[in-house]
Design a binder for this molecule. Structure first.
Ligand code: FAD
Length: 354
């Protein structure tokens, strides 16, 4: 956040903390887990448990059962942040080449359709577009994420008491993530989009009506006080989900100096600052506090090869979504869904576990 504050531009930084809420009995355990994890790490003040009344003091919803508040959370308007960083980079003398996708990075050279650039140190930071790239393909896959944005409704936000700028997530595996904007709108996202195949990025991620509908359904269920708020926009894209839901940063062995960071798993806006520090140190050949972080040193879990990755991931996704829907509807999920949802744990994989 200090780095964001240092920018001259107004990127709509709101230091309102982050709230995770349970919106169904099956989500309560995730709240308890978050509180216990912070206590075990010796930072209980970073994850404050809230009962239903304390949640209601921040935002009123009939389906919020309890929550955990992370006081250090903040939000920005990411497009404003990108433009601010772009201006800063240019002012610092960086040459930017846009609309020229790299087709190969190796042996001290970056190739594009129309030319090549010599680069003794190459940093590949292309997010979900890296998923089909051989050095990372076994460790990351793509999921779709989609958001809807309401018209400005500041008076409705006043009525439900959501005026503190908190970012909110529910405790589903295929979560809803939501926040208010500086102009009084609500952005509601659903991380329940389709799973990719071999890293192909196509319209399934960017024209995904089903996930947009789930995001709007989430808006209506989680915040019924905003029933009158019209949805004005919807958009989405792929996210790069790693096997343990954490990003990783490495140098490709034996390929010249190619460094990469990927696997933010849909949570990269803040952590990509940290990723930038790690990548800078890797490119400079430093052995320091950044490159010694587990994000850069841990042994990576692998995902199954294609087509198993796509087929298995699709099966588990459908099963978990059926379980989460059943929990919200107050019924028991069918046996097949419960079995499918348990598969990752049986295979000791963290992806898709709840
Ligand atoms: C709908 C949606 C909602 C999201 N909501 C949140 C949220 O609430 N909070 C959060 O933290 N994160 C969120 N994310 C995820 C977040 O956007 C990413 O984690 C974050 O942007 C990752 O930063 P990055 O720098 O790695 O990649 P990006 O910001 O995606 O930048 C990668 C860049 O690489 C470029 N590129 C791709 N391929 C090539 C190529 N071959 N050659 C050259 N350039 C290339 C791209 O054009 C892009 O400009 C959301 C994502 C989506 C899709």
């Amino acid at each position: 956040m200090p780095a964001v504050r240092a920018l001259d531009d107004d990127v709509w930084l709101r230091e309102g903390g982050m709230l995770m809420v349970s919106a169904a009995p099956g989500q309560d355990a995730a709240i308890e887990h978050a509180v216990a994890a912070a206590a075990a790490a010796g930072v209980p003040e970073q994850a404050l448990p809230l009962d239903a009344d304390a949640v209601a003091q921040r935002v009123r919803s009939p389906v919020f059962r309890r929550g955990v508040f992370f006081p250090d959370g903040a939000t920005v308007q990411p497009a404003r942040l990108v433009r601010a960083l772009r201006r800063r980079a240019i002012a610092a003398g960086v040459e930017l080449y846009e609309r020229s996708p790299a087709t190969r990075f190796a042996d001290g050279e970056v190739s594009t359709a129309r030319g090549r650039v010599g680069a003794p140190e190459i940093v590949v930071a292309i997010n979900a577009a890296a998923t089909g790239w051989r050095p990372v393909a076994r460790h990351v896959t793509n999921f779709g994420s989609y958001v809807v944005l309401t018209e400005p409704v500041p008076e409705l936000l006043d009525e439900i008491g959501w005026t503190g700028g908190e970012a909110i997530v529910d405790a589903r595996m295929f979560l809803h993530y939501f926040r208010t904007t500086n102009d009084g709108r609500v952005l509601m996202g659903s991380g329940s989009g389709p799973i990719g195949y071999r890293g192909t990025l196509d319209e399934r991620f960017t024209r995904d009506r089903a996930t947009a509908a789930r995001a709007e359904h989430g808006l209506r269920r989680l915040l019924p006080g905003l029933a009158a708020a019209r949805v004005e926009r919807a958009w989405g894209g792929p996210i790069d989900v790693s096997a343990d839901h954490l990003p990783f940063f490495k140098t490709v062995p034996g390929k010249g100096r190619v460094h990469y960071g990927v696997g933010y798993s849909g949570h990269g806006v803040g952590p990509s600052w940290l990723g930038g520090q790690i990548l800078a140190s890797l490119a400079l050949g430093r052995d320091d506090e950044w490159t010694s972080l587990p994000l850069a040193t841990r042994r990576l879990s692998s995902l199954p090869p294609e087509p198993l990755k796509r087929l298995g991931g699709g099966l588990v996704r459908s099963a978990i979504m059926a379980c989460e829907q059943a929990e919200e509807d107050g019924r028991r999920a069918p046996f097949a869904a419960r079995l499918g949802a348990a598969l990752p744990r049986l295979f000791r994989m963290e992806i898709g576990t709840r």
